[in-house]
Design a protein around this ligand. Structure first.
Ligand code: ZN
Length: 102
């Protein structure tokens, strides 16, 4: 799952208070929804922001990677991950009600 600020920006640390607040609230809501649907599972939050001196194009964002399975033979042998849930089904289950003004 990705949480992406609406305003284009290369760097997390240069984002304005409105974007930081919006992303923080989105993370809070998404993690609450994930806990509601999946229970108290482990997850990683990964912030991707442009390298310090990088130029466009980049748009900083946050990944949420729930740990639902362990890696087995196929994953370890190929380095590829198997997605056990169809993305459209995960989106349906995890979708939040977002006010139209957001
Ligand atoms: Zn990323």
């Amino acid at each position: 799952m990705l949480v992406i600020p609406r305003t284009h920006g290369l760097h997390l640390h240069r984002s304005g208070p409105a974007d930081l607040t919006a992303v923080g609230l989105a993370l809070r809501d998404v993690l609450a929804r994930m806990r509601q649907i999946l229970g108290d599972i482990a997850y990683n939050l990964v912030f991707h922001t442009a390298p310090y001196r990088a130029g466009d194009p980049y748009h900083w964002h946050v990944h949420i990677w729930p740990k639902l399975t362990s890696r087995a033979g196929f994953e370890l042998g190929t380095g590829m991950l198997i997605n056990i849930v169809a993305p459209e089904l995960a989106a349906r289950d995890l979708r939040l009600s977002v006010p139209a003004t957001c």
